[in-house]
Write a new protein. Structure first.
Length: 286
């Protein structure tokens, strides 16, 4: 699949440039103090939200097994939005804008400082936007799988077009180099998507030595024979699987935990996605 388009790459860069100009202008109008708070609010609210989410997930999972991840996501998002909103509100109430400063050098410096913080805020948001767009693009590619691209929904094709256009040519190399996530992460996600869309590759994955070792663990073998687990898996009831006592008991088993932590996903994917060698024809056999 090739959805890359120089036109859309140009549109993305143009949109980024206009967004930076808008943030610089907004920073000038807000002034150095408000813009500084604005910038710090975006950075530290994300950090605090991440820390709160991780702590919540750890505590909740100890009390209510299977609910930690969901609780962590909700609390982390709530803390991020609350800290961001409160910081922006206090900055707007307590500090004056550039237009309210005395004319002359003070007003000029106040506006220039705000413009610098506006530029930094815009760069941080664009930086995060690159990661979000590329991650959504990989997810869209996984949704398409081995199907014809024309059969995919328009939204999926649009996301793929933006993602591949962003990565096009020398400019795309620069984009990849500044992304928060390393290239190996996207490569791993893409290979998992190929695995999910290829039944033969999935069978080879399940036949790989490491996967077979995990499947032969007594806890895992009993889990795969549990009718409720099989039914939930067949219905793709992820929440039901996460809450199932048998799965939670298996996850606490030290021997299974050791096997899972030592599992080399890259090696198993190499085994599953390797091009099968055709057997030699009778004429080629010695």
């Amino acid at each position: 699949m090739n959805f890359a388009s120089p036109f859309w790459q140009g549109m993305l860069f143009l949109a980024a440039a206009l967004f930076l100009l808008w943030e610089v202008w907004g920073g000038w109008r807000r002034g150095v103090i408000r813009s500084g708070i604005h910038f710090c609010a975006f950075v530290f609210s994300g950090i605090l939200g991440l820390m709160a989410g991780q702590a919540t997930a750890f505590v909740v999972d100890k009390v209510f097994s299977g609910y930690g991840l969901m609780a962590g996501l909700l609390v982390g998002a709530g803390v991020t939005l609350a800290v961001l909103g409160l910081s922006l509100l206090l900055g707007a109430i307590l500090f004056k804008r550039t237009e309210h400063q005395p004319s002359g050098m003070v007003k000029l410096l106040y506006g220039l400082g705000g413009g610098v913080f506006g530029l930094l805020t815009g760069l941080v948001l664009i930086w995060g936007g690159i990661t979000i767009l590329r991650t959504f693009g990989v997810a869209a590619g996984m949704a398409v799988g081995g199907r014809s691209p024309e059969s995919a929904p328009a939204v999926v094709r649009g996301i793929l077009t933006l993602k591949e256009s962003l990565e096009l040519g020398p400019a795309g190399k620069v984009v990849e180099s500044v992304d928060v996530l390393p290239p190996e992460t996207y490569d791993l996600l893409e290979r998992v998507g190929r695995l999910a869309s290829d039944q033969k590759a999935m069978m080879r994955f399940l036949d790989s030595p490491q996967v077979q070792e995990i499947l032969q663990n007594p806890r895992m073998a009993a889990l795969l024979q549990d009718p409720q687990v099989v039914e939930a898996a067949g219905q793709k009831n992820l929440l039901g699987l996460m809450r199932h006592p048998a799965l939670l008991d298996a996850a606490r088993d030290p021997s299974l935990q050791k096997q899972i932590t030592e599992f080399d996903l890259k090696k198993a994917l190499d085994y599953a996605l390797a091009t099968p060698q055709n057997p030699p024809s009778p004429a080629e056999k010695p």
